[in-house]
Design a protein around this ligand. Structure first.
Ligand SMILES: C[C@](O)(CO)[C@H](O)COP(=O)(O)OP(=O)(O)OC[C@H]1O[C@@H](n2ccc(N)nc2=O)[C@H](O)[C@@H]1O
Ligand SMILES: Nc1ncnc2c1ncn2[C@@H]1O[C@H](COP(=O)(O)OP(=O)(O)OP(=O)(O)O)[C@@H](O)[C@H]1O
Length: 310
């Protein structure tokens, strides 16, 4: 018997360490990623439809900049694609109304679309009682996007392959971050493409591991040490496509952040701070002197999970 209504959430992410290898023939790149899930989450409310339709809607109060172009409410949406993939895989003919509350910036480099896909897989698997286990959901998720398996897992994890081969880091050590979302998005394939162009003629190795100093600092919640070793190979490419990010990064460090880094493919900036109090100081300074909006988050946060099932 199917459920009537299920709510699931899934987290956005920051890559504390991100190394990128040369392009493969399929256009993807092998990476070495240290992911942390953050307390900024997406929510999917799935309500049963017995007519087999999938209908998407966006919560009007969602605090994200969106338009039909960057956020299609149809087949182009990862929520639709995740539900459809689950239906194809399991053969269920049930449908759903899928109501999205979006908090992670769109095309912001924080894996928001991947979080939506992960929450949808978990919500619909429960709604339709299709009984796939986490491993099977992870395999389906990887077909939707490289970051989806991590959004399912949450916490902190090392990601190899295209970022989908995960090894969890068993830690609850907390880190505090301030996010500066941009008013525009950056296309992930364009950022990877720019990186390839910037590296043309260079001999690039496939990354195989995470710098142990990053893991050590993260697991010890040692923010000053972590600030020294954060790394993101996509930074140069994001800055080439959005030079104003460099200025904002300098302003953020000037406002007292231990370190400001481009999150994933950008343009969101993730500022590492010591604790909640330090986050407030940096946010006040940035608000008063630079006039930018910020969001404070902590990590690690839970992966995709059901918060209501009835
Ligand atoms: C930048 C990161 O967010 C860091 O975690 C991810 O690498 C991107 O993950 P994602 O958005 O889930 O990526 P996908 O939706 O699978 O891929 C979008 C596009 O990004 C590029 N891509 C993505 C992942 C990867 N390891 N190599 C790539 O080259 C490819 O051009 C691909 O067509
Ligand atoms: N549910 C969704 N949420 C956000 N974007 C979506 C969604 N479905 C489709 N998209 C499309 O996917 C593109 C990338 O979305 P997303 O917000 O996941 O980017 P991102 O956070 O930069 O991803 P990543 O960090 O994984 O590279 C957007 O340009 C958008 O048009």
């Amino acid at each position: 018997m199917a459920q009537q209504r299920v709510i699931a959430t899934a987290p956005g992410k920051i890559n504390c360490y991100f190394r990128v290898g040369p392009p493969r023939e399929d256009g993807y790149h092998e990476v070495a990623s240290l992911y942390v899930a953050v307390s900024l989450t997406e929510q999917i409310e799935a309500t049963l439809r017995t007519d087999g339709e999938l209908q998407l809607s966006l919560e009007p109060d969602s605090p994200v900049v969106h338009d039909p172009e960057n956020f299609p409410l149809g087949e182009g949406n990862l929520v639709y694609q995740a539900a459809q993939l689950l239906r194809e895989h399991t053969g269920t003919t049930l449908g759903a109304d899928l109501h999205i509350t979006k908090r992670v910036p769109i095309a912001g480099g924080m894996g928001g679309g991947s979080a939506d896909a992960a929450a949808t897989l978990v919500a619909c698997n429960e709604l339709w009682q299709t009984h796939l286990d986490r491993e099977e959901l992870g395999r389906l998720g990887a077909r939707l996007g490289a970051d989806v398996p991590f959004a399912l897992m949450g916490g902190a994890a090392i990601g190899l392959g295209i970022g989908d081969q995960l090894a969890p880091l068993l830690t609850r050590a907390k880190t505090h971050w301030v996010l500066i979302p941009a008013s525009y998005g950056l296309s992930t394939p364009r950022v990877y493409g720019m990186l390839d162009r910037l590296r043309s003629g260079m001999d690039i190795e496939v990354p195989k591991e995470i710098d142990p100093a990053v893991i050590e600092a993260l697991m010890a919640s040692d923010a000053p040490a972590l600030a020294q070793v954060l790394a993101n190979d996509l930074t140069q490419a994001s800055l080439a496509l959005a030079p104003e990010l460099g200025t904002m990064r300098d302003l953020a460090e000037g406002a007292g952040a231990l370190r400001a880094m481009v999150s994933g493919s950008g343009p969101t900036l993730a500022l590492l701070v010591r604790d909640g109090e330090h986050a407030e100081e940096v946010m006040a300074q940035l608000g008063d002197e630079v006039g930018v909006a910020t969001i404070d988050v902590t990590a690690p946060a839970a992966g995709a999970r059901i918060t209501l099932s009835e």
